[in-house]
Design a protein. Structure first.
Lengths: 168, 349
């Protein structure tokens, strides 16, 4: 028997739960292993200390309380449901609840649609803004015209689009 | 004696009155035209060498309207710009200052300041002349006077990536004093010119420092989103399938990309460059963005699209496989349509 296997069986050995062949093998190991002998002595001391402790009786109402706990929970749930039913009988509360539910469903959809339209509204201004910035490296680009395009796009992106004035 | 003097005077008058008959009179007009590469190098070097301030007029077709905008423009090397808009009324009073690192816009009617990235390149890059000559049909068309200064007229032919554009480049300073752009029918769609200009060796730096007006609201407009250096990185950043080929139209290579955000708007952005001009492709799932109803209806690929001409560059918008696409570039509309065909043929990843 290995030292590890022996140490795992010490508690069963002490309680007299090992079969004879296994007990004989462990006896042989204990004769040669001071560590296991020390652990066995420690286990025996703890066991004798535990057996010396007095027995404590549970409180008299504990079992009855544990049996009644599910019933109390059901009662609380029933009260909540009764309150909800009475609330939904009032039209204003019912309407508010329906509105809230609708808002929770509709708002993300509406926001998605608004974002999609907003993206289309600013998209071309972003295109022009960025292309004008990229064009700075073009030696034939007129920086004054790039400045006009970028500054117009800036204003549009702030939300104040400038309308070029027709002159022909 | 008097008769001979009168005859000589008559001959001199005739010589002066007939242009081109007196070599000593129009020496400037008969100087040989410089090589296109020389003019381009002078022009590309100018932002690093020349300060100027002047009055600029820009007339352009934007969508269905034509508009003329007048502004005071001051430039200080390297890359500092000040624009004071004079007219029309809708922009009058607007001030834009770019100090080379950031730009500031003050909108007096709204008492609003917009702070954003710089859009001015102040680096002299004469070495790019070779790439321009290879990629664009550049020709020197002649020598003309603009606001009293001798300019070289440079034509950029409508090549695969070029456009119908002419620049009047100051022969001495290299500053373009006039720019014209025409559409495929030859109609002018963009003109920009100085009605006066003064060159300076050193404009005061205070002109290019923005001082926030007291009480003005400040809005920050910086590019958002992590940059992607390759199409694969852009695909990884995007949460939905994206088309991001390594090249477009054969000569535009993927330069960078990112996911742009502005409020409810977001898009995968892929920028392509031929070394000179820039093509940008935006992609947003249709579920997250309605199709913008701007510009004119056109056919792109096999479906409907919208085309918006902003004078300097053009915008083409279309839908494909549940995605809103937009491609922008300083190329003719026909080239943008070719880009649409290429992108439609590519498989999303």
């Amino acid at each position: 028997m290995t030292h590890l296997a022996a140490s795992q069986r010490l508690s069963a050995y002490l309680d007299g739960e090992l079969a004879d062949p296994e007990r004989q093998v462990l006896d042989a190991h204990l004769r040669g292993c001071t560590v296991c002998r020390r652990d066995l002595a420690e286990l025996a001391r703890v066991k004798s200390l535990l057996s010396a402790l007095p027995e404590v009786e549970p409180p008299p109402g504990l079992l009855a309380d544990l049996r009644e706990a599910p019933a109390r929970l059901t009662s609380v749930l029933d009260s909540v449901m009764a309150w909800l039913r009475s609330a939904f009988r009032r039209p204003a509360v019912a309407a508010a609840a329906v509105m809230l539910a609708l808002l929770l469903i509709v708002l993300p959809i509406a926001k998605g649609r608004l974002d999609r339209l907003q993206a289309a509204n600013v998209g071309v201004d972003v295109y022009v803004h960025e292309q004008a910035l990229f064009s700075a490296a073009d030696p034939f680009a007129d920086p004054a015209y790039l400045g006009l395009l970028i500054s117009d796009a800036n204003i549009a992106l702030v939300g104040q689009r400038r309308s070029p004035e027709e002159d022909r | 004696m008097h008769r001979r003097a009168g005859w000589l005077a008559a001959v001199l008058l005739l010589l002066v009155a007939q242009p081109g008959t007196a070599g000593w009179r129009s020496g400037a007009a008969e100087r040989p035209l410089p090589d296109a590469a020389v003019v381009l190098r002078t022009m590309l070097r100018a932002p690093a060498l020349i300060d100027y301030e002047g009055t600029k007029v820009i007339s352009t077709v934007r969508g269905r309207t034509a508009e003329t905008v007048t502004m005071l423009e001051a430039y200080k090397r390297l890359g500092k710009l000040r624009l004071e808009f004079l007219s029309p009324e809708s922009v009058s009073g607007r001030l834009v200052i770019d100090d080379g690192a950031a730009s500031w816009q003050y909108e007096p009617g709204m008492h609003l300041v917009v702070h954003g990235p710089s859009f001015v390149s102040g680096v002299g890059q004469p070495e790019r002349a070779g790439a321009i000559l290879r990629g664009y049909g550049v020709r020197i068309l002649g020598r003309e006077e603009v606001i009293g200064r001798s300019t070289m007229v440079v034509g950029l032919a409508a090549g695969r990536a070029g456009s119908h554009r002419q620049l009047w480049v100051d022969e001495v300073t290299g500053v373009p004093l006039r720019t014209e752009e025409r559409d495929a029918r030859g109609e002018i769609i963009y003109v920009s010119y100085f009605s006066r200009i003064s060159y300076s060796l050193n404009l005061p730096p205070a002109l290019f420092q923005f001082r926030r007006p007291a009480g003005a609201r400040v809005v920050e407009f910086y590019l958002s989103g992590d940059p992607a250096g390759t199409p694969a990185e852009l695909l990884r950043l995007a949460r939905s399938p994206v088309i991001a080929p390594a090249t477009l139209l054969g000569q535009y290579r993927f330069r960078d990309g990112r996911i742009a955000h502005h409020g409810a708007f977001s898009a995968a952005v892929a920028t392509y460059s031929d070394g000179i001009s820039v093509l940008t492709v935006f992609q947003t799932p249709s579920a997250r963005m309605a199709f913008p109803a701007v510009g004119d209806p056109v056919m792109a690929g096999s479906g409907p699209a919208r085309f918006l001409d902003l004078g300097y560059f053009r915008v083409l918008l279309w839908q494909r496989r549940g995605v809103n696409f937009a491609v922008l570039g300083n190329v003719p509309g026909a080239i943008l349509l070719q880009a649409v065909d290429e992108l439609n043929a590519a498989q999303p990843r």
